[in-house]
Design a protein around this ligand. Structure first.
Ligand SMILES: Cc1cc2nc3c(=O)[nH]c(=O)nc-3n(C[C@H](O)[C@H](O)[C@H](O)COP(=O)(O)OP(=O)(O)OC[C@H]3O[C@@H](n4cnc5c(N)ncnc54)[C@H](O)[C@@H]3O)c2cc1C
Length: 645
């Protein structure tokens, strides 16, 4: 298979403009004859469906929750980037592009990232027009704050609830189209497989999660906007039902999977506190604007804190190690997430960690409160402080927060070209579900930007370019043999799972998989560990298919069956992640191979041999997947060792 990323010709800053000028369009009368399926109602899916509906296409949008507003995007806290340069601190489209490519450790495609930076400003205009209540300064102008990996303030925010407000904006736009009849909303419907007819994506099979019935839906094109697969680790900051199944289904149908191992570990999460925990909570990166990260300078103090003998507030200023400020004076507490996460792990592994487990560091607001007053901190982060207090039962205004890195985001995903089209014609992927823009590490506040860019501003153009020669294709009835065949395969898979009736719960397998992933495919990876993980995952998968127990029936509401189907996919996806991490014999961004590090413990890339996107092709059950390489070319940016000092 030859990968074609379809990057338009011309200078970087003109590529997107040229693309739009040259693309094919569908005339308004023909748009009405075209059906598009959008799977997912998060920011990417809702924005895409609303925009495509407004253009005049017939759209069907699906989600597993009972309302589009419950997509995981609602949880996003800190903000969304844009190169508006309102604070006049030196920002520009080029700088946002540069920071994003550098932040991703030079493993993202230049043309995609530049388009993202270019479109970023329009997103803010769009959302303001929708009424999204971004924070404003005293004079009424939109306010900005800083996020990691940037020396400018370019993050627009709505307290610690930016995702919620943006999703309500997108939902409003979507609702308008639903009311108009251009979009049909199908909630509590889970995509179970993709239907391909004559080599093109032509529909999906879904399961009605309330009745258990299978349904078939036709589309001239299909968009997957089903979010990320961080829950392969069991414990993550993702919503409990975030999953990788739609991405996995299309991978098995021929779409390549890009950079599966590129996972983001977020440095500021509430630490794990017990074996029975099923969810981790993020404390937004925005807190690093005002919070200072430290651990005790002396191991004895750390030990005493771990045993509960002393409190952090008793540690004198000169006995605190503000290790990020010490190691990275230029960026300080605002180094990118991968760098901050590894630095926390390094301190804790060396015995300086705090909390009862020793696996935590402090995020302290004492100085900010003294400087700005409690009311300012409260107005900026009030809801996050409240959340922290509810979970940890400590008042973060009085005692520093405890934080530790946790799985948060997946940069990897379905491989897409510049048009966001996968290797299956007519199948597109948007938002966190695709691999497109963040390379080996995503900068904070860039996921919302990418999801909305894909949905509002990219797909409405690129999908049309594809659909322009599909107007002669009549709607295909869903009793077509390919629909019937796919439905039968889905039914058989569910029946196979239900027939096992073993002795262990789905969650017990998921938890064990998560531990394997965290220990060997997590923050630090080694050849031995990854090989071990591949073997362990295989064994666990065999055990799962022999011994999982799923109560209830297929043709009724059955939450355990839903989970089992997703965990069955995670048990395969986890192996591909380990394989990909094993192949990449370098460290870059969130992918840290212990064998490849500088004497100071920083990630050591191998640009000569690994400046490529890994794109994996499914070769059938029990067969090894095939690795394809999309070479990355940097023509507008000098590839350097990242330096945040
Ligand atoms: C706690 C937290 C805070 C964050 N804060 C920020 C932030 O401040 N700034 C930032 O830029 N990013 C942030 N992120 C990342 C960002 O929230 C996500 O990357 C982004 O919201 C993903 O949007 P999406 O539209 O791609 O997918 P999602 O919002 O995950 O939506 C997925 C949709 O797909 C549907 N779906 C899934 N599978 C199926 C299926 N098989 N069939 C049918 N439907 C399906 C779901 O129902 C849902 O509607 C944060 C992430 C977390 C975990």
């Amino acid at each position: 298979m030859k990968l074609d990323s379809k990057i338009p010709e011309g200078p970087l800053a003109e590529k997107w403009t040229n693309y739009k000028a040259d693309q094919d369009l569908v005339n308004p009368a023909n748009k009405r004859k075209i059906d598009i399926i959008v799977v997912g109602t998060g920011l990417a899916g809702a924005a895409a469906a609303a925009s495509l509906g407004e253009l005049g296409f017939n759209v069907k949008i699906f989600c597993i929750q009972d309302s589009p507003r419950r997509a995981h995007s609602i949880a996003a806290q800190g903000g969304i980037n844009a190169a508006k340069n309102y604070p006049n601190d030196g920002d520009s489209i080029f700088r946002l592009f540069y920071d994003t490519v550098k932040g991703g450790d030079y493993r993202a495609r230049e043309a995609n990232v530049y388009r993202l930076a270019e479109v970023s400003n329009t997103i803010i205009d769009q959302c303001v027009a929708q009424g999204v209540p971004f924070a404003r300064d005293y004079g009424g102008l939109l306010d900005n704050r800083s996020f990691g990996g940037a020396l400018v303030s370019r993050t627009f925010y709505a307290r610690g609830q930016t995702g919620q407000q943006l999703l309500l904006g997108a939902y409003g736009a979507l609702s308008k189209e639903i009311h108009k009849g251009s979009v049909e909303l199908l909630t509590r419907q889970e995509m179970m497989d993709l239907v391909i007819i004559d080599g093109k994506a032509r529909g999906i099979v879904t399961r009605n999660l309330v009745s258990g019935e299978l349904e078939k839906h036709f589309g001239h094109a299909v968009v997957i906007a089903t979010g990320g697969y961080g829950n392969v680790f069991f414990l993550s900051t993702n919503a409990m039902n975030s999953n990788g199944s739609a991405a996995w289904q299309v991978y098995k149908k021929g779409a390549l999977f890009g950079n599966p191992n590129f996972t983001q570990i977020h440095p500021t999460c509430i630490p794990v506190h017990g074996d029975y925990q099923s969810k981790l909570t993020l404390m937004s990166e925005s807190l690093r604007n005002d919070g200072r990260i430290w651990v005790p300078k002396n191991k004895d103090d750390a030990k005493k804190i771990q045993k509960g003998e002393i409190k952090p507030t008793e540690i004198k200023e000169e006995d605190r190690d503000y290790y990020l400020e010490r190691r990275y004076p230029a960026f300080g507490n605002l180094v990118p997430r991968d760098v901050a996460s590894r630095a926390a792990k390094e301190r804790c592994d060396a015995g300086y960690g705090v909390g009862t487990t020793g696996l935590a560091v402090y995020l302290d607001f004492k100085d900010a409160i003294n400087r700005l007053g409690k009311h300012v901190i409260e107005s900026r982060y009030g809801n996050l402080f409240q959340m922290y207090e509810k979970i940890v039962d400590e008042n973060p205004y009085e005692t520093p927060m405890m934080i530790y890195p946790a799985i948060h985001y997946t940069m990897g995903g379905i491989w897409v070209d510049y048009e966001l089209q996968t290797t299956i014609p007519g199948l597109f992927a948007a938002g966190e579900a695709n691999f497109s823009d963040h390379g080996a590490n995503r900068l904070g506040a860039s996921a919302l930007m990418q999801g909305l860019s894909d949905g509002y501003f990219v797909l409405p153009y690129t999908l049309q370019n594809y659909l322009a020669d599909q107007i002669q294709v009549a709607r295909i009835p869903t009793d077509h043999p390919e629909f019937e065949k796919t439905e039968k395969e889905v039914k058989e898979r569910m029946e196979k799972l239900m027939s096992i009736q073993g002795s262990k719960t789905v969650d017990s397998f998921h938890r064990r998989l998560g531990l394997i992933m965290w220990d060997h495919v997590g923050m630090a990876r080694t050849k031995e560990g990854l090989e071990k993980a591949i073997g362990m995952i295989k064994e666990l998968r065999t055990e799962f298919w022999k011994d999982v127990r799923i109560p209830g029936k297929t043709n009724e509401l059955n939450v355990e069956l839903e989970k089992a189907l997703r965990v069955a996919d995670f048990l395969e996806l986890g192996e591909l992640m380990a394989r990909d991490a094993l192949d990449r014999k370098e460290s870059c961004g969130g992918h840290f191979r212990e064998e490849y590090q500088t004497p100071e413990g920083e990630a050591m890339r191998d640009d000569e041999n690994f400046t490529y996107v890994s794109a994996w092709e499914y070769k059938g059950e029990g067969q090894e997947p095939e690795l394809h390489k999309e070479p990355l070319k940097y023509e507008n940016i000098e590839v350097k060792q990242r330096n945040y000092k």
